[in-house]
Design a protein around this ligand. Structure first.
Ligand code: FAD
Ligand code: SF4
Ligand code: SF4
Length: 555
C-alpha cells in the first residue's frame, strides 16, 4: 500500500493513533480547523493495537468530547464505550490459592489521610475497552478533518543541524525475507512537517530514536510491566454476581507471597466490559528475577484462584493479548537536560511515549489524553514560531494535574524495584522522605532463581495468539533481531535456559538446529517484552510493514 494523497508536507504529523495521538488530533482540529493534521498508525484499523485494563478517569476525555462532539452521550458507540461506570473499587490481597482479603478499607483510610496509596480507589471511573475507545476517537478525529493513515508504520525521525525535526520516514513495503525488492515494493515515504507529536505508546521505536538524536535524558531508566489480558464471555449469572459497576485489583498470589516468595511487583485485575464479558489480566513488573517466569502462567494461576474462578469458570475466551506499561514515573520522563523540556523545539513527546503513567493508580489513559491536549494547545499557539512549542508544552505539563500526580507517585516504583514488594510497598508510604534510589534497567534483574508455582494446565500460547488474531505478511524481513547469537549460546542458554522462549507471550522464539531464533515473527503481538527482558539486552524490535500485528477489537 502506498500513500494515495500527497503527504509530502503536512503541518502537524502525529506518530501513533492511540488515545493520546487521536486526542491531540481532535484538539488541534478544534483549535485550528484549517491546518493539516496527519496521524500515522501502524494497525490496520484504529484500536487494533490498543490494549489496556482499563479503568478510565474521565475528566480530560469528557471535556474534550464535550467540545468535539456535543451531545456525544447519546451516540450509540459512546454509550457502548462508557456503559460501565465504576461504583465499587475493590482491592484484594490474595494469599495462596484460596484466601482473599479485602484491603480496600485500608486504602480508603489512606485516601482520607492523603497518603499516596489512597490513589488506588477508582470509583467514578469507567471500565472501558481501550480498543473500542480508540476506534471511537478515530472517527471523531476523522470527522473533524484529521487524516488518519492506518496501516503505515513510522521507523525514523529526521532532525536538521539546528535540532528542528523536519520529517519522519515510514517503513518500506514489499521487501522479501532477505530484503530484496518484490514487484509490489514501495519505499517508505519521508513526510516533511512543521511539528511532530510522538504518541507511539510505551517504548516507541521512533521516540527512542528521537530521544537519542535530540539528546534527551532520563534521570532513571524506564521500568516496565508486562500486562497480559483475556476477555472472557461468562454466563449472565456470573456477570451479575460480579456486577457491571465494579472493578477488582488483586495483589499477592501468584506473583507475590510475603517472606517465602515469589516476589514480583504487580497483580491481577478483573474489569467488567459489555454485558457478560469480563476482562481478566495479570500485570507483572518486568524486573522479575525468575529465569523461567512467564506472566501467562501467572494469569492462569490467578484465574484458578478460588475468588476469581467463580466468576469465569466455564466461560469462553474471546480475545487475548499482551502489552508493556511504562512504570518508571517522573524520573523516567525523557527531558532536554538544557531546559527540562519534554521534547525539543517543534517535536513533543506525549502519553505513554513520555511515560505519563501513575503507578500508584496503574493508570495512564487520563494523562495520555491530558498531555495530548497540552501538546495541541502548545502547537496551536506557536504555529509561526515552531521552535517554542516544546517550551510551551512543558510549561503546560508542569502546571497540570499530570505533574502533580506524577510527583506524588515519583518514588513509589523505584522503591519497590530497589527493596522488593515486602518492604518496598509499606515503605513507599513515606515516599516524600525517601531518597531517590538508583535502579537498573529491568533486563539486569534476571537471576538463576526459579519461579516454582505451576498452573494445573500448561499455558497454550498458540490459542492465545489466535485470540489476538495477529498476523503479518510472511515474506518480509523479520522485524525482530538477535544482535549476537553467540551470547545466546555461550552465556544465556547455559545460565538462564533461553528465557525469551518462555516469556514471549506469542511463542515467537524457538531453538532451531541448536540456535535461538525469532522463528515465528508473524505471531508477534508488538508487546516488546523481549526487547526489555532479554537478560543480555540482545534483542531489537523494529516496526514491521504497516497493518501487521494483532487485531484487537475489545481489549
Ligand atoms: C494491561 C494494561 C492495563 C492497563 N490498565 C490501565 C487502567 O486501568 N487505566 C488506565 O488509565 N491506564 C491503564 N493502562 C495504561 C494505558 O493503556 C496507557 O496509558 C494508554 O493506552 C496510553 O495511551 P497512548 O496513546 O499513549 O499509547 P497506546 O495506547 O499504546 O497507543 C499508541 C499507538 O501508537 C501506535 N504506534 C506505535 N508505534 C508506531 C509507529 N512506529 N508507527 C505507527 N504507529 C505506531 C500503536 O499501534 C498504538 O496504536 C494499562 C495498560 C496495560 C498494558
Ligand atoms: S535472545 Fe536474549 S533471552 Fe533469548 S537466548 Fe538470546 S540472550 Fe537469551
Ligand atoms: S516477539 Fe517480542 S514483541 Fe513480539 S510478542 Fe514476543 S515478546 Fe512480544
Amino acid at each position: 500500500m502506498s500513500l494515495t494523497n500527497d503527504y509530502n508536507k503536512v503541518s502537524v504529523l502525529i506518530i501513533g493513533g492511540g488515545p493520546a495521538g487521536l486526542s491531540a488530533a481532535i484538539k488541534l482540529k478544534l483549535l485550528k480547523p484549517d491546518i493539516d493534521v496527519c496521524v500515522i498508525e501502524k494497525a490496520e484499523k484504529c484500536g487494533n493495537h490498543n490494549l489496556s485494563g482499563a479503568s478510565l478517569e474521565p475528566q480530560p476525555l469528557f471535556g474534550l468530547l464535550d467540545e468535539a462532539a456535543p451531545g456525544w452521550q447519546k451516540n450509540e458507540q459512546a454509550k457502548q464505550v462508557f456503559a460501565n461506570k465504576v461504583e465499587k473499587s475493590d482491592l484484594l490481597f490474595l494469599l495462596g490459592r484460596k484466601l482473599a482479603f479485602h484491603i480496600s478499607p485500608i486504602v480508603k483510610l489512606a485516601k482520607l489521610l492523603r497518603l499516596g496509596i489512597g490513589q488506588m480507589i477508582h470509583t467514578g471511573d469507567y471500565s472501558v475497552s481501550v480498543s473500542m475507545l480508540t476506534a471511537y476517537l478515530g472517527q471523531i478525529a476523522a470527522g473533524l478533518g484529521a487524516e488518519i493513515l492506518t496501516g503505515f508504520a513510522a521507523e525514523d525521525i529526521i532532525l536538521d543541524n539546528n535540532g528542528m525535526t523536519v520529517g519522519v520516514k515510514l517503513v518500506d513495503q514489499g521487501l522479501d525475507k532477505n530484503g530484496n525488492k518484490q514487484p509490489n515494493y514501495v519505499p517508505g515515504e519521508i513526510i516533511n512537517t512543521d511539528f511532530v507529536i510522538l504518541a507511539e505508546g510505551c517504548d516507541g521505536l521512533v521516540t527512542e530514536k528521537f530521544i537519542e538524536k535530540a539528546q534527551l535524558q532520563r534521570q532513571s531508566p524506564q521500568l516496565f510491566s508486562v500486562g497480559v489480558k483475556q476477555l472472557i464471555k461468562v454466563s449472565p449469572e456470573q456477570y451479575e454476581k460480579f456486577t457491571a459497576g465494579r472493578i477488582v485489583k488483586a495483589m499477592g498470589y501468584p506473583i507475590w507471597t510475603p517472606v517465602i516468595g515469589p516476589a514480583i511487583f504487580g497483580g491481577g485485575i478483573i474489569y467488567p466490559q459489555e454485558p457478560d464479558y469480563l476482562a481478566v489480566g495479570m500485570i507483572a513488573g518486568a524486573d522479575w528475577k525468575y529465569y523461567n517466569f512467564n506472566p501467562q502462567d501467572a494469569l492462569t494461576l490467578f484465574k484458578e484462584h478460588r475468588f476469581v474462578k467463580k466468576f469465569i469458570e466455564g466461560g469462553t475466551i474471546v480475545e487475548a493479548g499482551a502489552k508493556l506499561i511504562p512504570e518508571g514515573g517522573l524520573f523516567a520522563v525523557p527531558k532536554d537536560p538544557q531546559n527540562g523540556n519534554i521534547g525539543k523545539n517543534n517535536c513533543l513527546v506525549i502519553g505513554d511515549s513520555a511515560g505519563f503513567v501513575n503507578m500508584l493508580k496503574i493508570k495512564g489513559l487520563h494523562n495520555a489524553i491530558d498531555s495530548a491536549i497540552s501538546a495541541a494547545k502548545a502547537i496551536a499557539d506557536n504555529l509561526s514560531s515552531p521552535k517554542n512549542a516544546a517550551d510551551v508544552y512543558t510549561q503546560l505539563i508542569n502546571s497540570s494535574n499530570i505533574a502533580a500526580e506524577m510527583a506524588s507517585a515519583k518514588k513509589f516504583r523505584q522503591t519497590v524495584a530497589k527493596i522488593g514488594p515486602l518492604f518496598g510497598l509499606p515503605i513507599s508510604i513515606l515516599s516524600r522522605l525517601l531518597p531517590k534510589f538508583k535502579i537498573e534497567p529491568d533486563y539486569k534483574a534476571m537471576k538463576k532463581a526459579a519461579y516454582r508455582l505451576k498452573p494445573n494446565q500448561d499455558f497454550d500460547k498458540q490459542t492465545f495468539t489466535a485470540m489476538a488474531a495477529t498476523a503479518h505478511r510472511e515474506d518480509q524481513p523479520s522485524h525482530l533481531s538477535i544482535l549476537d547469537t553467540n551470547i545466546c549460546a555461550e552465556k544465556c542458554t547455559p545460565t538462564f535456559d533461553s528465557p525469551c522462549i518462555t516469556f514471549c507471550p506469542a511463542g515467537v522464539y524457538e531453538t532451531i538446529e541448536g540456535r535461538i531464533e525469532p522463528a515465528n515473527p508473524s505471531n508477534c503481538l508488538h508487546c516488546k517484552t523481549c526487547q526489555r527482558k532479554c537478560p543480555f539486552d540482545n534483542i531489537r524490535w523494529t516496526a514491521p510493514e504497516g497493518s501487521g500485528g494483532p487485531k484487537y477489537k475489545k481489549m
